[in-house]
Design a protein around this ligand. Structure first.
Ligand code: FNR
Length: 339
């Protein structure tokens, strides 16, 4: 049987050489705390490109300084960030991988000294600040920040952007009835709760023509949260708005105890793919080539996002290729050791 893990896939004009994606992972490594790329980031992301990952996605990168999860987050809120980000993207390209950046705003989950923002003034839990409910002006400014960030991502040479609408961060806070108690046109029915994300996408699309992925939390682990019908509605809207892929994660909206198991989030990617006919990414405790291959062969998702496994093993792609008996191209300088 033909392997799918090492088959290329094209989104708009961007062809990934295989289905392996480095899942966005905050490194909290900005020192000084001004959001600029450090040597560590270049080494960290380039290593996975040497390891033949098809798409390298940079961690949640803040579109506004007050949208950082911590003071050590990467940023894309000012012009000076472009240079370092371009260096990472260029280094990734050198090894035949494509580059992506996750644009993010933490909302009420920002752990910062300043005031924080959210759709409604409800704290995540007692360890977090109570956010200020955003004014319409602040909503519009934030939408603009996503647009300007996409323009900077374009200048830095990224191939794909991902909008972080998962894990209980700002966009997710608008989507969820648990965190969005607004009475204006951004709150109430799901059509209204989706408006913030919709407007961000429309703003970005005026300047960004390449693929856009959106990461959502497709389970809120709470009976009053968004349900599968709501997620199908969101996925339909994302498809209508031209989003290339939904990256299906879960959780983080409200405190919840979950017991993850291998592939625990794959069914979400599968349901959205089947119901809405939109490409999806599967993520979460996918660690073996067989597991990844099963997801792809059965059309449950189109891309495999690997997080912690790639922290442990930047050469996971090589290991998977050996297991699947696929002849993976070696980085030129490694040919003599690539058995
Ligand atoms: C993450 N995750 C994450 N997700 C995201 O959308 N943006 C981010 O910046 C981060 N940051 C982050 C940091 C670290 C250290 C970890 C371990 C995780 C979640 C990550 O992308 C992935 O969805 C989960 O880790 C589940 O996949 P794995 O690790 O089981 O393959």
């Amino acid at each position: 049987m033909e392997h799918k893990l090492f088959s290329p896939i094209t989104f708009k004009e961007v062809t990934l050489k295989n289905r392996i994606v480095m899942s966005p992972m905050c490194m909290y490594a900005c020192e000084p705390e001004d959001g600029t790329v450090q040597d560590f980031h270049v080494t960290h992301y380039e290593s996975r490109a040497v390891g033949q990952v098809g798409l390298i996605m940079l961690e949640a990168t803040a579109v506004q300084p007050e949208g950082r999860i911590s003071t050590k987050d990467l940023g894309i809120w000012c012009e000076k960030h472009i240079e370092g980000l371009k260096k990472v993207s260029d280094r990734i390209h050198t090894h035949g991988a494509k580059s992506s950046i996750q644009l993010a705003h933490a909302g009420r989950k920002a752990n910062l000294p300043n005031d924080i923002l959210a759709p409604s003034a409800i704290a995540f839990n007692e360890n977090y600040k109570t956010p200020n409910a955003m004014s319409i002006d602040q909503i519009n400014e934030t939408i603009q920040s996503f647009k300007v960030a996409a323009d900077r991502a374009n200048q830095a040479g990224f191939d794909v952007i991902e909008i972080h609408a998962a894990h209980g961060y700002l966009i997710n806070q608008f989507l969820s009835p648990l965190t969005n108690k607004r009475t204006d046109s951004y709150g109430g029915a799901k059509e209204n709760r989706y408006r913030f994300l919709s407007e961000i996408l429309e703003a970005i699309k005026t300047i960004w023509k390449a693929p856009i992925f959106v990461r959502i939390s497709a389970d809120e682990y709470h009976k009053d949260g968004n349900n599968m019908e709501d997620f199908i509605y969101y996925a339909e809207q994302l498809k209508k708005q031209g989003v290339s892929l939904i990256d299906c994660s879960t959780g983080g909206v409200v405190p919840a105890t979950i017991q993850p198991f291998p592939g625990y989030q794959v069914p979400k990617a599968e349901i959205l793919k089947k119901h809405v006919a939109i490409p999806t990414g599967a993520v979460g405790l996918i660690t073996s080539s067989i597991q990844a291959e099963e997801v792809l062969q059965n059309n449950r998702a189109d891309l495999i996002f690997l997080g912690r496994e790639l922290l442990r093993n930047p050469y996971w792609a090589k290991q998977a290729a050996n297991e699947l008996q696929f002849d993976l191209d070696a980085p030129k300088s490694y040919e003599r050791g690539w058995l």
